[in-house]
Design a protein around this ligand. Structure first.
Ligand SMILES: [Zn+2]
Length: 560
């Protein structure tokens, strides 16, 4: 059956033609045509219906250079792909899905969008906070050798001189003589415009740090931090002394960082404002191969693309963490931290075939690093870095000693010598990239159910429990359960539509457990708890709900 729907977007009406179909016990409706702002006549509708042909399977087109601005309602496609088999979304479709469900919005959309900036919506902020919480819990609270700080975004400008960012954090920019588009490139001549093939003019170096004036005096310039790491280095001595830490130990920080990207692209991948979780792990410079926990990870198998693989254009190989060290690809401490972050993603449900480690090529290394690896995720548009992990050596502390004229040496009680600690590993985790990794990996267009299921790990799910009265008559009892559970879990109460429709909405927003209060509940004081991933249902005593949900969230799967 086809019918016309009016949607009000930014106070303007838009008309769509929808069609509903019965599949099994479910009624599924989808947009089949778009009319624009004019109310369609019977003739318009007949015309569109004639043109509606079954859609071809959705093809994933790598669309990596297009800036995503999903802000025009007229251009939007329905986010639900039409294909029969499971196909991952491309990045633009994911941006549309994220917008429709309230995960991520283009910043300043009502003004036409602001390139390279994104806002997290009601569900997005919950998922993002849960991701940050898991990093903090795993790498700070559960470890005796790491403590956290929360430093500022604007800091003393000399910090950025010392770190090398003022001089080296630059890209060459080129402008087309004809169409004036600007791109970044290496310092080479003969570059042609990608749009009109005319010569490009070298405009010199462009620093990627955002400048800002501090106070009213002209010329007092500082920068928004391009990484959270430096505030860790400048506080290193204070943290070591006040937290009474002995080498080896680490300092973690989570916070915003800013890079004035010349061409922001790929949705959350290359944005101008983003969030990082970073650790600087300090060791004695002669003990970078003395990791007492190495045994815990040495036999872990990982997919890896080494420098050698890349030079020989070979495919990735499987290696143990131990062989990374035995083959002198990197040190024990570095390999240990790589393994732990790799494991973090696996533990939270990322499919192992979608993860790999990639060693940086010599000419890719940043000015401060002597070795670096990325953890990459296999997105529909290719393998992309989601985590960088460098051996920064003594570079940063030496630079800050020189520029600040402050003694940052560490007295080693064992050897009675003064040393400059060595950063054997700097795990640098993009939070927004982790967000995309989890949401892409969880996205499942379930044809049997006829709706999308976001199979996020329960620990990451934005909303943990949905509570439904079977009919509105049972609202009082269902609401009482909601009011009790919301003290402990992020819950949602939903009374609109059929139970099937409410389950579908819950699936699409990753709610792992749904509770239905029905007529039997009045008698037996039990409710039905439904599991998102299996759709299995079980009856649970109302008085045991809190315990049951707690167990489910922490251990997963009670429904076998
Ligand atoms: Zn051009």
């Amino acid at each position: 059956m086809a019918y016309v729907v009016k949607k009000i977007i930014n106070k303007k009406p838009y008309y769509y033609l929808k069609q509903s179909k019965r599949i099994g016990t479910k009624v599924i409706s989808k947009n089949i045509a778009y009319f624009g702002k004019k109310k369609p006549t019977k003739k318009d509708i007949d015309e569109k219906l004639k043109n509606v042909v079954p859609k071809k399977p959705h093809v994933v087109v790598p669309n990596i250079d297009q800036q995503v601005v999903p802000n025009s309602p007229a251009k939007e496609k329905p986010y639900k792909p039409e294909e029969k088999t499971k196909v991952m979304l491309n990045i633009n479709d994911m941006a549309i899905f994220c917008k429709k469900k309230g995960f991520v919005f283009q910043n300043s959309e009502i003004y036409g969008g602001f390139s390279g900036f994104f806002d997290y919506g009601p569900l997005g902020v919950e998922l993002k906070n849960n991701i940050k919480k898991e990093f903090w819990k795993t790498f700070v609270h559960q470890r005796e050798d790491i403590v956290g700080i929360d430093g500022t975004i604007v800091t003393h400008p000399t910090v950025w001189k010392a770190s090398g960012h003022v001089d080296s954090f630059t890209d060459y920019i080129y402008q087309c003589k004809d169409c004036k588009i600007i791109i970044k490139g290496d310092d080479d001549k003969g570059l042609k415009c990608p749009k009109c093939d005319k010569d490009m003019e070298n405009q010199g170096k462009f620093n990627l740090m955002f400048e800002t004036q501090v106070g009213p005096a002209k010329g007092s310039i500082s920068y928004l931090r391009p990484e959270t790491a430096q505030v860790i280095f400048t506080n290193y001595k204070l943290v070591q002394e006040t937290a009474r830490k002995k080498l080896p130990f680490g300092i973690a920080q989570n916070g915003k960082a800013f890079r004035n990207e010349i061409s922001p692209r790929d949705f959350l991948f290359r944005s101008r404002e983003f969030e990082q979780f970073e650790i600087e792990f300090f060791t004695h410079p002669e003990k970078i191969n003395d990791c007492p926990y190495f045994k815990e990870v040495e036999n872990a198998q990982i997919q890896i693309l080494t420098q050698k693989n890349q030079e020989k254009k070979e495919d990735r190989t499987m290696m143990t963490i131990k062989s990374l060290v035995e083959n002198k690809i990197t040190t024990q401490w570095h390999a240990y931290w790589l393994a732990n972050f790799y494991k973090f993603f696996l533990d939270l449900g990322i499919k192992k075939e979608n993860l790999r480690l990639r060693e940086h090529l010599k000419d890719e290394l940043a000015h401060y690093a002597s070795a670096c690896f990325d953890i990459e995720y296999k997105f529909p548009f290719g393998w992309k870095e989601i985590h960088g992990n460098a051996d920064r050596g003594q570079f940063d502390l030496k630079q800050h000693i020189e520029h600040s004229k402050t003694n940052l040496e560490y007295f080693d009680e064992e050897t009675k010598e003064k040393i400059i600690p060595y950063v054997a590993s700097e795990p640098s985790q993009g939070i927004d990239r982790a967000f995309l990794t989890f949401i892409f990996d969880a996205y499942n267009d379930d044809k049997d159910r006829g709706n999308i299921v976001l199979n996020l790990h329960p620990k990451l799910a934005p909303i943990k429990v949905g509570i439904f009265p079977l009919v509105n008559k049972l609202e009082k009892e269902a609401k009482a359960i909601f009011n009790d559970l919301k003290k402990d879990f992020n819950c949602i109460y939903d009374r609109s539509g059929s139970i099937g429709r409410r389950y579908a909405r819950a699936d699409e927003t990753a709610i792992p457990y749904c509770i239905t209060f029905d007529f039997d509940s009045l008698k037996d004081k039990k409710v039905t708890v439904r599991d998102r991933d299996t759709t299995k249902q079980t009856r649970v005593n109302i008085k045991d709900l809190k315990d049951t949900i707690n167990k489910l969230l922490n251990k997963g799967k009670l429904f076998k």
